[in-house]
Ligand binder design. Structure first.
Ligand code: AP5
Length: 212
């Protein structure tokens, strides 16, 4: 199965991707995670991307597109994947479409997880991450176990100004991504409110796998 995961900050893309990986045993390719790892390691990409990310702005296409194409080339024939956070610009969407067509790797769905802006801000401001495992928690909705609570961290771009910028950026992306994938017959809208389990159930239905 080949899926694109899109939605505003805090929609639950990372949370649901972790569940999809367990449920369908397909690899997860998150551009946000790739970039955060590059920043952490201090690579040339990380040094160029870090400032954009901290401000909640998109990393420019000339840095992003080759990174994702390289990862896609590493996948074997008939490979499945969950592509989380890409595409986010028209150029990214068109390049991805061409690259997948050339490799005969058609997408099964573009899942758009939708939540209101206020919920986005609540989820992002409470997000905590275990740096050792990458497991995502939330200070109120899904608190870390007490033995991990002191070690969890906040993402550098989970500040109110950065989230506000990311939300505005997302609404601009949504305006072209929705018609782009609607026209291809791939868009599946999923209500991202409620518990993670409720959202996972809606995703299963949206993918037509409710009986699988
Ligand atoms: P990216 O990492 O993709 O960030 P994002 O899209 O803003 O999404 P988030 O990771 O913030 O949210 P999420 O939907 O994964 O939510 P999560 O599951 O963690 O991108 C970061 C930056 O990298 C961008 O701003 C940009 O600079 C750059 N970038 C990335 N891709 C790029 C591209 N293609 N082009 C250019 N630049 C790019 O959940 C959030 C919180 O809510 C957690 O605490 C979680 O526990 C909680 N939660 C989740 N679901 C539920 C639920 N159902 N109920 C209660 N709590 C929940």
């Amino acid at each position: 199965m080949r899926i694109i995961l899109a939605g505003p900050p805090g929609a639950g893309k990372g949370t649901q991707a972790a569940w999809l990986v367990r449920r369908f045993r397909i690899p997860h390719l998150s551009t946000g995670e790739l970039l955060r790892a590059a920043v952490e390691q201090g690579t040339a990409l990380g040094r160029r991307a870090g400032g954009f990310m901290k401000a909640g702005q998109l990393v420019p296409d000339p840095l992003m597109v080759p990174l994702v194409l390289e990862r896609l080339r590493e996948l074997g024939p008939n490979a499945g994947f969950i592509l989380d956070g890409f595409p986010r610009t028209r150029a990214q969407a068109e390049t991805l479409d061409t690259a997948l067509a050339e490799r005969r790797l058609p997408l099964d769905a573009a899942l758009l997880i939708e939540i209101p802006d206020q919920l986005s801000i609540e989820r992002i401001s409470g997000r905590r991450i275990d740096p050792a495992t990458g497991i995502i928690y939330h200070a109120q909705f899904n608190p870390p176990p007490s033995d991990l609570a002191a070690g969890v961290v906040q993402r550098q771009d989970d500040t109110v100004p950065a989230v506000t910028a990311r939300l505005a950026q997302y609404h601009a992306e949504e305006a072209f991504l929705v018609p782009f994938y609607e026209q291809l017959g791939l868009l599946r809208r999923v209500d991202g409110s409620g518990t993670p389990e409720e959202v996972s159930r809606r995703i299963t239905v949206a993918l037509g796998k409710a009986d699988a």
